[in-house]
Ligand binder design. Structure first.
Ligand code: AFP
Length: 418
């Protein structure tokens, strides 16, 4: 019966979901070497109607915006990978499962890899590779970005790059964020950022010398090193009481929930908006003594109820970014991992944690800052670069930014780090 009802819901969906204004981007031949953002959309009334599958949603996007057709294929892969990862995470708790615990290796950041980190990284990589739409992908679990057609030699910085005609996108992801707590059944998530590929990146290995090839390889890998303002899409999957897939294409935030009876992501919350003010903060407060001074001040005020709103804040912290950001989007709040004296750039990674989540947060009406800079505007210098992150309800994040601005001595991250 449940299955029947769900199917009926699907056939009753509207014919139009999302329309974008005519875009100035992007046929493959005319696209400039640096990406243009997708234009803001025009939304039909029917877009507020729930019950659209992710596949249907993306088909509508592609129908109205033919230049985004290849993005549909990427989201097809993400859809499949998220369902598969969700199953892996759930089944990992069975006594017969052998997927919990450590792999016995460390990743590029020197962190112990969980077995599930490796499994989910391979899963997502395979799903994306076979779309034929990717040039380069970068993952938390890879030392350096990997091309999806050629093979990594396994040595950092020495990759065989082969880019073919259909390679349009660069995808950066953290396959299983929060995995250090996965054995305890804590919510985990996948975070994904999608950039357009720089089309000037073609390497003619047969006709150039080694030095020139190495130079061109470096330039190709730099495809991953783009600021968040160049993102064309971002998404996260949350593996929790339900499996959620939240995405933005630069035109608002859409939240899908997996209906397990039919195996489809169903649009549950179109046009998600985060409350403008809140009374919840979400930080690892054990680090408070080491934080940047302005950050400490604001949180102390919120704790005492002497902040701008005069309201005493509560604390909610899972220690798993996707879960914490998802709750922040739903209820309002401020999630952060600020810089501190031990780690001036905090803990989170810019390319596959900070920037994609900042994109989603901004598209939902929130803000994301380092305290002194908009997260979306930072150009990474290296793939695994860390970034201080404070994101969430607009008015509360503004309070943080202002405190950094008006700190007794003008706050300087370099000075704080010295
Ligand atoms: P893991 O993937 O190693 O569990 O790290 C999770 C994370 O990157 C992010 O999801 C959390 O917000 C943050 O680290 C938690 O860090 P602390 O354990 O230092 O609070």
């Amino acid at each position: 019966m449940m299955r029947l009802l769900s199917l009926l819901l699907l056939v009753a969906i509207p014919t139009r979901c999302v329309a974008f204004l005519p875009s100035t981007s992007t046929t493959r031949s005319s696209r400039p070497s640096r990406p243009l953002s997708v234009k803001p959309p025009v939304l039909d009334d029917v877009c507020e109607t729930m019950g659209v599958t992710l596949t249907r949603f993306m088909n509508e996007v592609a129908m109205l915006n033919p230049e985004l057709k290849e993005l549909t294929t990427i989201f097809g892969a993400i859809d499949t990978a998220c369902k598969a990862i969700s199953n892996e995470v759930k089944r990992s708790q069975l006594p017969s499962s052998e997927t919990l615990g450590y792999q016995g290796a460390v990743n590029a950041q020197g962190e112990d890899q969980k077995k599930l980190d490796v499994i989910t990284n391979d899963l997502l990589k395979r799903a994306l590779r076979f779309t034929g739409r990717l040039g380069v992908l970068a993952s938390e679990e890879e030392d350096t970005p990997v091309d999806v057609i050629g093979r990594s030699t396994g040595k950092s910085g020495s990759l065989e790059i082969v880019l073919d005609e259909t390679t349009d996108y660069v995808v950066c992801f953290d396959p299983l964020d929060g995995s250090s707590n996965v054995d305890a059944g804590i919510p985990t998530g996948t975070i994904i950022g999608i950039f357009e590929h720089d089309e000037t990146c073609e390497i003619d290995f047969d006709n150039i010398g080694e030095d020139e090839a190495a130079e061109q390889e470096a330039r190709c890998l730099a495809n991953t090193l783009q600021p968040g303002t160049n993102l064309v899409a971002a998404a996260y999957c949350l593996y929790s009481s339900s499996t959620f897939l939240t995405l933005t294409l630069g035109n608002g935030v859409y939240m899908f929930t997996l209906d397990e009876t039919i195996g489809e992501f169903i649009l549950a919350k179109p046009n998600v908006r985060i409350p403008e003010s809140s009374s919840i903060y979400s930080f690892n407060e054990a680090n408070l003594d080491y934080w940047d001074e302005p950050m400490r001040e604001v949180v102390e005020r919120w704790r005492e109820g002497t902040g701008r709103s005069g309201v005493r804040f509560s604390s909610r912290y899972i220690g798993s970014m996707v879960g914490d950001v998802h709750r922040t989007l739903m209820y309002g709040g401020v999630f952060g991992y600020p810089g501190d004296t031990k780690n001036p750039n905090g803990k989170l990674r810019l390319l596959y944690e900070g920037a994609p989540m900042a994109f989603i947060m901004e598209q939902a009406g929130g803000l994301a800052t380092t305290g002194t800079q908009r997260v979306m505007e930072i150009t990474p210098e290296v793939v695994h670069q860390r970034v201080p992150v404070i994101m969430g309800s607009k008015n509360d994040v503004i309070e943080v930014i202002e405190c950094y601005k008006t700190a007794a001595a003008p706050f300087s991250r370099a000075a704080a780090a010295a």
